[in-house]
Each structure stands twice: as structure tokens, then as C-alpha cells.
Design a protein around this ligand. Structure first.
Ligand code: MG
Length: 338
């Protein structure tokens, strides 16, 4: 197998603002793995706060010797090799995992989910993310969200209730709320969540810092809404360790080091009685199409990362009125944009 990779900068349609920082672009590494004239595509998306960048990804990839594997038949063995090459580096590992799965399924000439016997009859509705905005921007973004059934809102500023009130003047759509660890006091968090429960909010993601184990457990026990782990759970080990302090987990390929472990996390979370959200970073249609192969297994979808960028090099599954329609292309379901 031959490995190629390119650094690429994703340009965001709007400045992306969270509780504690903002950005206009996201660095990604696009990965290609070729065998017998068939190419599998993958992507590592590396928002700054996750600690990976072009340098770390490139030096990880330089170290690898994929030519020792003649084909993708022994996928698990290849993943073990990649995983053992260095600690961390979850996004670049995800990029390799996605490319290998794409290649694996293309060689079998089937959509990846078909190989995994995932029934794709389920309706797949994704949320659409609205970053922290002023009132004029808010109107524009809510209009832009058009027919999407769920909106995802970033909270964690002192003005949270007013933001929700402004949104409620414009739309009554159900909301996913993501606090990105922005609240510090558990009593305040519970008071906010109880109020949000009356505002047609479906779930609350990472209300407190990931290291506040006792407070998160306390909050989960009392909260009227599901408390979803994001920053607090990256990989399967974290899920096993922290399954009792959350009622749900947001699984993202860039955290889980790809599809292989994401599938194991879905299985474990289901067994442990946790709800499952499938999320993403700012990504091209490559990362999103790969995640979407698992979408029928999840409770809530937040797979809009490709819709928020202006220079997507791929075409993936179609999204119409907020619904994802999985195509039947072999592999993860993408073609290169001409
Ligand atoms: Mg989040």
C-alpha cells in the first residue's frame, strides 16, 4: 500500500466562536492510501485546541511504513500498528483509519455500512451549528439553517439566557446546547439546565470542565436533560472510565482515532445504557461521509462540519432539509470535486 498526504486549510464560512476562543480556518491533512490502482481517502482535522498540527501529523506519517502491508485484509493488525506508532495523534490516526476503511470497502465494491450490516433505513437528521453570535448574525444564521430540524447552540458566556431568548424570538426549533466546559458551578449549571428544559432544549453537552468528576456525576443524577460528554471522553478507554458521570457521549472520529474505535465505543455505550451522539469537527465531506456510515446506530447527529466550510475538496452524502441521504457508492461514499 502506498501512502500520500497533503496539508490543506479549510476556510470557514463564518468565524467560529466558542466560550474561550475563535477561528476562521482549520488545518487538515488529506490522506490517500493506494493499492492496485484503487485509492482510499482520509482526513485528519486538527482544530488548534486539540493539540495536533501540520508538523505533528506530518512527522507521525513520515515514521510509518505502510508498504509492509500488502493489502487491507488484516485491517485490525494495521490499526494496531498505527495506534502503537506513538501516543496521542488521534486526528492523524483517524485520517489513516478513514482512508484504510474507504480502500477496504472499495476493494469489496460495497458501501462500508453494508459490509458492517448497518441498516440504513433510519431517517438521519443532523443539527446545524450556530456559533456565539450577536443579534444580527443570529438572524442571518438561523435563516441559513433553513429546513434543518435541530439547531446546535454554543453557550458558556455570561449572556446565555438572553441568547436563548433571542433565538426563541426567531425560531421554536429543538436545540442541542453545547457549553464546551463553560460553566464552573454545578448549582448554576443545574439551574440553567432546568431552565433550558422548558425552552425545548434536547440535550446539554459538556456543561462543566471534564476534570470535575464529582460535580458531573452530581449534575447527571439531578439533570432533567441528558448530559453529553464531549471534551471528557475521547477514546474507548475514557468511555469505560467515565461512563457513570454522563448520560450520553458525543463520539467523533477525530477524537476516537477513527471508525474502528468509534464502532467499539458505540457498542460499549449501548451496552452501558448511554445515549449516543455522533459529532464532528470542522471537516471536509471526507470525514463527515465516513462518520455518516455509523449514523444509523446513533441517537443524535451533529454532522454539519462540511456545511460550514467554503472550500470542500470532496462531494459526499447529500443533505436535504437537514436530512442526510447516504449514497450507495463503494467505500465511505465520496468523490473528489473537479
Ligand atoms: Mg462539543
Amino acid at each position: 500500500m502506498k501512502l500520500k498526504y497533503y496539508n490543506y486549510s479549510l476556510e470557514l464560512k463564518h468565524t467560529f466562536r466558542l466560550a474561550n476562543y475563535s477561528r476562521n480556518s482549520t488545518p487538515v491533512v488529506l490522506i490517500e492510501i493506494e493499492q492496485d490502482g484503487i485509492t482510499g481517502y482520509g482526513e485528519a482535522s486538527m482544530p488548534q485546541y486539540l493539540g495536533e498540527d501540520y508538523n505533528s501529523a506530518n512527522s507521525f506519517l513520515e515514521k510509518l511504513n505502510l508498504s509492509q502491508f500488502s493489502n487491507t485484509d488484516a485491517l485490525e493488525e494495521i490499526f494496531n500498528y498505527i495506534n502503537g506508532a506513538a501516543e496521542g495523534n488521534n486526528a492523524v490516526k483517524a485520517g489513516l483509519d478513514i482512508a484504510l476503511h474507504d480502500l477496504y470497502a472499495k476493494r469489496k465494491n460495497k458501501p462500508l455500512r453494508e459490509i458492517w450490516n448497518i441498516d440504513s433505513a433510519k431517517k438521519l437528521e443532523t443539527s446545524y451549528t450556530i456559533g456565539i453570535s450577536n443579534r444580527d448574525e443570529l438572524k442571518l444564521k438561523i435563516d441559513e439553517a433553513g429546513e434543518f430540524k435541530f439547531l446546535k447552540i454554543k453557550l458558556g458566556s455570561p449572556d446565555d439566557k438572553n441568547l436563548i431568548r433571542s433565538i426563541r424570538e426567531l425560531t421554536d426549533k429543538p436545540l442541542f446546547v453545547d457549553v464546551n466546559q463553560g460553566w464552573t458551578d454545578r448549582h448554576f449549571a443545574l439551574e440553567m439546565i432546568s431552565w433550558l428544559a422548558g425552552e425545548n432544549v434536547i440535550l446539554v453537552e459538556q456543561p462543566l470542565a471534564a476534570d470535575k468528576i464529582e460535580d458531573l456525576f452530581w449534575l447527571k443524577e439531578k439533570s432533567p436533560l441528558p448530559i453529553v460528554a464531549d471534551e471528557g471522553i475521547k477514546r474507548l478507554d475514557d468511555l469505560i472510565k467515565f461512563k457513570n458521570i454522563y448520560s450520553a457521549v458525543n463520539i467523533k472520529l477525530m477524537k476516537s482515532a477513527g471508525l474502528n474505535e468509534a464502532r467499539k465505543m458505540i457498542e460499549f455505550a449501548s451496552g452501558a445504557g448511554l445515549k449516543i451522539m455522533l459529532g464532528c469537527m470542522t471537516e471536509t465531506s471526507c470525514g463527515i461521509a465516513a462518520a455518516a456510515q455509523l449514523a444509523p446506530l446513533c441517537d443524535w447527529l451533529d454532522l454539519d462540519g462540511n456545511l460550514l466550510i467554503a472550500n470542500d475538496p470532496f462531494i459526499g452524502h447529500e443533505v436535504l432539509n437537514g436530512e442526510i441521504f447516504l449514497n450507495n457508492l463503494p467505500g465511505i461514499g465520496i468523490t473528489k470535486r473537479k
